[in-house]
Design a protein around this ligand. Sequence first.
Ligand code: 5GP
Length: 185
Amino acid sequence: MVAAMNSLFLFRGPLTIRALAFVKASNSIPIRSLPLFHRPPFSFRRTMSSTGATNDEETSARVAAADADTGGPTIYDKIIAKEIPSTIVYEDDKVLAFRDINPQAPVHVLVIPKSRDGLTQLGKAEKRHGEILGELLYAAKIVAEKEGIVDGFRVVINSGPTACQSVYHLHLHVLGGRQMAWPPG
Ligand code: 5GP
């Protein structure tokens, strides 16, 4: 298990290409706690009105993320509760894996713990989380097998504002189906 945790810390590098998609904000989730893609058009207009879109998006993501780790509910709670639809790739009693709404590769699946239990981000992991972290990493391998990419795939965890994390419920990105570049952005 310690080996699994050590492996997790080896993964690095944020996803840098971020598109904005609009999903109607839930009444139960304050707009400030929503990731950028879930904010209403005002944020979109503000972001797109300035120059240097990629830098602005990353800056906006950092600003949004800086006050996002409130421990409050995230969009993933609704996905787990099946209150909003998702395409589930794998599920067991502890883990849910579903397709990313904004895929960055032909295969882009998110693997999350069903119970967040304080894991808003990997940077908040404690020793007691070792078991679920191992489960998540193993689930990523199961997803890769199911998706036919087990011969070559990437697992990414964005942790915190500097890595442009936008949803504060720990998640692994499982990416594949194309040649990956290195270093990541
Ligand atoms: P992060 O930036 O926090 O590492 O990744 C969050 C991911 O969640 C993004 O890749 C984003 O596309 C994905 N995402 C955000 N909202 C939803 C949603 O409602 N459904 C799905 N399937 N993915 C989402």
